[in-house]
Design a protein around this ligand. Structure first.
Ligand SMILES: NC(=O)C1=CN([C@@H]2O[C@H](COP(=O)(O)OP(=O)(O)OC[C@H]3O[C@@H](n4cnc5c(N)ncnc54)[C@H](OP(=O)(O)O)[C@@H]3O)[C@@H](O)[C@H]2O)[C@H](O)CC1
Ligand code: K
Length: 500
């Protein structure tokens, strides 16, 4: 896991590294700038490209000056530097890099408060105006300059953080950010890159290691973590030779209405493909033929006008919700489940909406159960939120209070645990944005629970493999559509590769 730090924690990690490695702060800046340049060169190898580097007078600007000098060493010959001296202050490391730049003879322009803005003809802009030191929304000269640069619609590469973007917390409404095509960011992705809304200011980001003290970073015990493939490789247990269908548990998926049988089929099929020993679907009678045709491996319990009489004991885990509807029979089943089943359950879709209508029932969920809401379902459950940051904060409070896992679905799905940790999933892509993907995730989570992964492990592994299978399918397809049914077929392959 990669710990995700707040700006204040980054500053502490910085100070600690400087004191204990030890390394001087100017050399740490040089190391960061070299890491930036190494990645930049890979992406923009054309030495004759016209590049303008916009520098503030803090350490982000200091990085910008060092980057200019280093690009010069790498024979980028068409570089322009613009220093925005809007205030009186500059940092010591900015000043040192300014001296070093002058020594190279690379020309630069300075603009001051209220100056006319220089004409900009370069194709690529490097943004080193402000970074993680942002402490108020852009206003005055910064706002004027950033608005001007945004309007030019050039390719923008941000140093560490786009100017105007907070690294975490609520991005003030209507605040202006210098939109980046790419942010080359130091040590760890910034929390704001991972949330819809703020993340929209960064088309792509790439993290480069600048050698901050990892032991110290871990000691900060950040509640926010970024899931990496190596974590999944460590967690996934390979199947041993002397195992049988009983070893891998029996999952029950309560889903589907006559008009929404697809949701039940997708969930049940995903559950079987993600390795449940046995899968039973509790569906309306009219769906039987479809189930037997689409996935003959899945067994059925038929539910009709009266509540199905389910022997809950038989199942190692139960999922409820996909395509279930909100009629009385669905509510009765949910009541019956919560009254009689004491192991963690997976609650999705319509069952989440039923819980939203009955907060007392929500409180009775078995400990460590998993809720898988998308944004609207989340807000129905826990109230309207103005931002994703606020949603994540609420999820932490509610998961701890209710002793459950909340899988808050979005492009970087956030898994919040009963201990109050928030894990950001690192897989998935826009090609997966189609109806039925959530039903597949529910099936995968059930399959992992019955295979005796803990609920937190099931969420972490489940979200990762769901997204990873989607990535594997989307990549050769130029990120075109990935349908849920196709993704299900891919699951055993994806899981196998991660176990190997
Ligand atoms: N560990 C690392 O990741 C390293 C990062 N480096 C780089 O350092 C910057 C952060 O540098 P810092 O000097 O702390 O901050 P900035 O350069 O982002 O900002 C400078 C000052 O600007 C003022 N400020 C803040 N918000 C605004 C605003 N909206 N308008 C105008 N001015 C603003 C503020 O000063 P005040 O005195 O006004 O409070 C900032 O201090 C990081 O992003 C990396 O690029 C290191 O190079 C290596 C280690
Ligand atoms: K920047």
């Amino acid at each position: 896991m990669l710990p995700l730090l707040t700006a204040e924690q980054i500053r502490r990690a910085d100070t600690h590294t400087i004191q204990h490695e030890p390394i001087s702060s100017i050399n740490l800046m040089e190391r960061a700038s070299k890491a930036f340049v190494a990645w930049f060169i890979n992406h923009f190898p054309e030495r004759s490209a016209s590049i303008s580097i916009y520098c503030g007078t803090g350490n982000n600007g200091g990085d910008g000056l060092a980057v200019a000098r280093l690009l010069g060493h790498h024979r980028y010959l068409n570089i322009k530097i613009v220093i925005a001296r809007f205030g009186k202050n500059s940092t010591a490391d900015f000043d040192i890099n300014f001296e070093r730049l002058i020594a190279t003879g690379i020309p630069y322009t300075e603009i001051q408060a209220n100056d006319d803005l220089p004409e900009e003809k370069s194709d690529i802009l490097i943004d080193a105006l402000l970074g993680s030191g942002l402490n108020k929304p852009l206003a005055g000269d910064y706002l004027r300059l950033v608005t001007y640069l945004n309007d030019l619609q050039k390719t923008v590469v941000a140093v560490d953080v786009p100017t105007g973007l907070y690294t975490e917390g609520d991005q003030p409404k209507d605040s202006v950010v210098l939109k980046a095509d790419l942010a080359i960011t130091f040590q760890q992705p910034k929390l704001s890159f991972l949330l819809p809304g703020s993340g929209g200011h960064v088309d792509h980001w790439q993290c480069v290691n600048i050698g901050l003290d990892e032991r110290f970073i871990r000691s900060l015990d950040s509640p926010y973590q970024y899931i990496e493939e190596k974590d999944i490789r460590q967690m996934l247990k390979p199947r041993t030779r002397f195992s049988n269908k009983g070893t891998f548990g029996h999952a029950l998926i309560i889903a589907g209405q006559p008009e929404t049988m697809g949701a039940a089929l997708l969930s049940a099929s995903a559950c079987a493909h993600a390795g449940a020993g046995l899968t039973t679907a509790c569906i309306p009678e009219s769906g039987l033929t479809a189930l037997n045709t689409y996935q003959p491996e899945v067994m059925a319990i038929v539910r009709g006008v009266k509540v199905a009489d389910i022997n809950w004991e038989k199942f190692s885990s139960v999922a409820i919700g996909p395509g279930l509807g909100k009629e009385q029979d669905a509510k009765d089943l949910l009541d019956d489940l919560i009254a009689n089943f004491k192991k963690p359950v997976v609650v999705d879709a319509d069952a989440l909406n039923l819980l939203a209508d009955d907060p007392e029932l929500l409180k009775k969920l078995p400990a460590n159960s998993i809720l898988t809401p998308h944004m609207k379902e989340f807000d129905r459950l826990f109230g309207e939120h103005q931002s994703w940051w606020a949603r994540v904060r609420t999820a932490i409070v509610k998961a701890t209070e209710l002793k459950i896992c909340i899988v808050l679905k979005n492009s970087y799905t956030v898994i919040v645990t009963p201990e109050g940790k928030a894990y950001f999933n690192s897989t998935s892509n826009a090609a997966m944005a189609s109806g039925g993907m959530g039903d597949v995730l529910t099936g995968i989570l059930s399959a992992l629970l019955v295979q005796k992964y803990s609920p937190v492990e099931a969420c972490i592994i489940g979200c990762f493999i769901h997204g990873k299978a989607g990535d594997e399918l989307a990549l050769p397809n130029r990120m075109s559509v990935v349908l849920p049914g196709k993704l299900i077929q891919q699951l055993p392959l994806t899981m196998g590769k991660l176990m190997g």
